[in-house]
Design a binder for this molecule. Structure first.
Ligand code: NAD
Ligand code: UGA
Length: 553
């Protein structure tokens, strides 16, 4: 028979660890899922109403799995959906998701352990700027070697260099000579902002294992956890090296498309072609496809830069200099976007920012996330600071000012940088506004936008909950439980000062009033649109001149 997995442990309560653990717990109600982290503050918040990460749908999944839920009617969860099985109900469920800092104990109890710690780029030493910093992975594997059951299965969920499984196996053998632990690779492909949706409806699940009977048995045990909600045809078993490399290649190929179209945006600005028209024209060829062809300030976020760096380092260490250079060029073009943008801002303001105020709209690396890591704004601000502006004003509808300040720490202390929670105050008296994040609320509303309300993706994403609370295993234990209406509660009070900024003067569900902003700007009223967010003709009506990336004047 197959291996029986009753207890799993996720190490690393971050953007990947918690959403993955929570969805696996949701879909396997009889599995006990423990998430550990060494960061006590983070664990305390996962145990509170104030979750440390904003992801659409995550608070609902965490609440159901962490706190358990009473039996409920499906209609109450998602009233807009067609009634399933004549309005079938969701059985009650006991809590099966636990957050704790007790690493050793949780590892000791687990049949399967997922490594979900961060794997950033090394900042010093051998391979700095490219190689992966394996410190966290190494320390976790040592803890596993010291505490795990002899036949526990160790799963690499973090993105790691190709052949890490060998390194892991070597550490295990050194510190636990007689253990029979199997190492699997199961990379994660979710995107921030849509994590829960991506996990509920994955394109594929890749499970890499060693090519032995034990390896394949371990892989099958992991596949079983997914098969409670993912079609078997989407679960692909590979060799462990292929799986590790496939994750880096997936990110490199996605980022490569962005750099490809961004390289064309530079040509457009001097020829008069419009990069968005070019992208649309080429993307209509189904062999090319339309996704990931949006030109802009380049890719930010915690993964693309570091994963391509890791691929470049791998190629270099194999002596494949041309291959390394090929992928490195994706990073070169990516950085070029921000330097070209900053240079254009300075030139259009007559080559000097002295005495001027520059407002930056958006700090998150993309819309619908409050993650401030690898913000595209930082490179731009660094370039502008050299010109000694009077003020750089930053506003983001979701990122907390404290996180923004922390991310800016690498720039040193600059009294001229201010973070605002009201966009109108942030933009008042500015000589130029830079649109850095593609937030819908920054868009000039189109006639299709009802009144002034932003179409929030969160609303439609809740369709993902059609299958959300329905356990797929037999729920016979719960028969006879009194049926009650399941009433979703907000995870925390609105405008909770613990979780988010209280949005004084701005509701992120509404469009910015550009006319109001224009009225308080200094001349020339310039908006530099780095994300194809505003409509130049609409803006001209309110007296603003738009400089758009990838389009000539
Ligand atoms: P994160 O920084 O949000 O979370 C990592 C967590 O690990 C932190 O809470 C940290 O405290 C904890 N940690 C570090 N060392 C530890 C230790 N020794 N013991 C216990 N806990 C420890 O990182 P993330 O964004 O979730 O990324 C994790 C991994 O997943 C990375 O390898 C990343 O490349 C990969 N990944 C991320 C995404 C994404 O969208 N963020 C998507 C796919 C893959
Ligand atoms: C990315 C991948 O999309 C995920 O599949 C992967 O799992 C993840 O990295 C990871 O390994 O961490 P994420 O970084 O969350 O996810 O966000 P993306 O939506 O990919 O956007 C990355 C950056 O590229 C953003 O700054 C975005 O604005 C930019 N982008 C994206 C463009 O400039 N143009 C595009 O056409 C698409």
């Amino acid at each position: 028979g197959g291996l029986v997995v009753k207890n799993v442990c996720f190490i690393g309560a971050g953007y990947v660890g918690v959403p993955t653990a929570a969805v696996i717990a949701l879909k396997n109600p009889f599995l006990r899922v423990t998430v550990v982290d060494r960061d006590e503050f983070r664990i305390r918040r996962w145990n509170s109403a104030h979750l440390p990460i904003d992801e659409s749908g995550l608070s609902e999944v965490v609440r159901i799995t962490r706190d358990g839920s009473k039996a409920c009617s499906m209609d109450a969860v998602e009233p807009s959906l067609p009634r399933q099985n004549g309005g079938a109900s969701i059985p009650a469920r006991r809590p099966n998701l636990i957050f704790t800092t007790q690493t050793a104990k949780s590892i000791a109890e687990a049949d399967m352990i997922f490594i979900c710690v961060n794997t950033p780029t090394k900042m010093t030493g051998l391979g700095k700027g490219y190689a992966t910093d394996m410190t966290a992975v190494e320390s976790v594997v040592k803890e596993v070697a010291a505490n795990a059951k002899t036949d526990a299965i160790l799963v690499e969920k973090s993105t790691v260099p190709c052949r890490t499984a060998k390194l892991v196996q070597d550490i295990l053998e050194t510190f636990r000579p007689r253990a029979r632990m199997q190492v699997l690779s199961n990379p994660e492909f979710l995107s921030e902002g849509t994590a829960v949706k991506n996990l509920l409806y994955p394109d594929r699940i890749i499970i890499g294992s060693s090519n032995t009977v034990q390896g394949r048995r371990a892989g099958a045990a992991l596949a079983k956890l997914y098969s409670t909600w993912v079609d078997r045809s989407k679960i692909l078993g590979t060799h462990v090296w292929s799986s590790e490399l496939a994750k880096l290649v997936a990110n490199a190929m996605l980022a490569q498309r962005i750099s490809s179209i961004n390289s064309i945006s530079a040509i457009c600005e001097t020829t008069g072609a419009d990069v968005h028209e070019v992208a649309k024209s080429v993307g209509l060829d189904p062999r090319i496809g339309s996704q990931f062809l949006k030109a802009g300030l380049g890719f930010g976020g915690s993964c693309f830069r570091k994963d391509i760096g890791s691929l470049v380092y791998l190629a270099r260490s194999l002596g494949l200099e041309e291959v390394a250079e090929y992928w490195n060029q994706v990073l070169v073009i990516n950085d070029l976007q921000r330097s070209r943008f900053a240079r254009n801002v300075i030139q259009r303001l007559n080559g000097t920012l002295v005495g001027k105020k520059i407002a930056i709209l958006g700090f998150a690396f993309k819309k619908n996330t409050s993650d401030t890591r690898e913000s595209l704004a930082v490179d731009i601000i660094r370039a502008l600071l050299n010109e000694r502006p009077a003020e750089i004003a930053i506003f983001d509808p979701w990122c907390s000012p404290a996180n923004i300040q922390r991310e800016l720490a690498s720039l040193g202390n600059h009294a001229c940088i201010k973070v605002y929670t009201d966009p109108y105050q942030g933009c008042a008296d500015s000589n130029a506004i830079l649109v850095v994040t593609d937030w819908d609320s920054f868009r000039t509303p189109s006639p299709a936008d009802e009144r002034n309300v932003v179409k929030q993706p969160q609303k439609s994403d809740t369709a993902a909950f059609s299958t959300l609370a329905a356990p797929t295993q037999s729920a016979s234990t719960f028969t006879g439980v009194e049926m009650e209406q399941y009433l979703p509660e907000p995870a925390c009070p609105e405008n909770c000062p613990e979780c988010k900024t209280s949005f004084i003067g701005f509701n992120p569900d509404e469009h910015l009033e550009w006319a109001r902003i224009s009225y308080h700007m200094r001349k020339p009223k310039l908006v530099f649109d780095g994300r194809d967010v505003v409509d130049a003709a609409e803006m001209e009506r309110v007296g603003i001149k738009v400089e758009a990336l990838g389009r000539a004047d």
